[in-house]
Design a protein around this ligand. Structure first.
Ligand code: AMP
Length: 215
């Protein structure tokens, strides 16, 4: 299974990629998570990426293609992956196609998560992430359940991402419209695009996603 989840920030790609990873046993590859790991580790990449991310802008295409090339070469990606947050620009999509062409492993499908922009802002404002395991929650619609434990057996350590404040969220939504939305036509022309209504309960969206990838 080689999938791209496409959609605006807050459309639920990350949450659904994590749920698919659990159901199908193929890794979620989130370029946002890879960058946040680099920031936390204080690597040169992380130091350069932090300001760009905090401003709600995109890290440059050559850097992102390097990151994805290295990530897809790891053994756990041999049976497939769910790309979450990549590609985000036409040059990234072209680069991905060339990379997958080299290894003879084309994408199976690209799923577009459709969500009303008003819902997006609400979702991002309530989003919380566990510092230790990376699981994504929402203060209202998806809080940790009583008894839900993190990898070390303790409670989740939730925090709000620095780029989930109102101003940066607006900036990110603008960047999505300008730089990423053109990928909808790009993948439609290649016959890979599937749409899902991504506004609904987690279970409803799970079901729509599973149906879309079987189509
Ligand atoms: P995300 O967790 O997917 O919302 O990504 C958080 C931030 O990381 C984005 O706002 C960008 O600054 C950066 N980022 C993640 N993926 C990419 C990408 N494919 N291209 C450029 N920047 C990215």
């Amino acid at each position: 299974m080689r999938l791209v989840l496409l959609g605006a920030p807050g459309s639920g790609k990350g949450t659904q990629a994590q749920r698919m990873q659990a159901r199908h046993g193929v890794p979620q590859v989130s370029t946002g998570d890879l960058l946040r790991e680099a920031v936390a580790a204080g690597t040169p990449l992380g130091r350069a990426a932090k300001a760009v991310m905090d401003a709600g802008q995109l890290v440059d295409d050559a850097t992102m293609l390097g990151i994805i090339r290295e990530r897809l070469a790891r053994p756990d990606a041999a049976r497939g992956y769910i790309l979450d947050g990549f590609p985000r620009t036409i040059p990234q999509a072209d680069g991905l196609e060339a990379l997958l062409g080299e290894i003879g492993q084309p994408l199976d499908a690209v799923v577009l998560f459709d969500v009303d922009p008003v819902v997006l802002e609400k979702r991002l404002a309530g989003r919380r992430t566990c510092r230790r395991c990376g699981r994504v929650f929402h203060v209202e619609s998806n809080p940790p359940r009583p008894g839900d434990r993190c990898v070390d057996g303790g409670p989740h350590d939730l925090f709000q991402r620095p780029d989930d404040n109102v101003e940066t969220v607006r900036q990110r939504l603008g960047v999505y419209c300008e730089r990423t939305q053109p990928l909808v036509d790009y993948y439609a022309r290649k016959g890979l695009l599937r749409h899902i209504d991504a506004d609904g309960s987690l279970e409803e969206v799970d079901a729509r996603l599973e149906a879309a990838i079987r189509r």
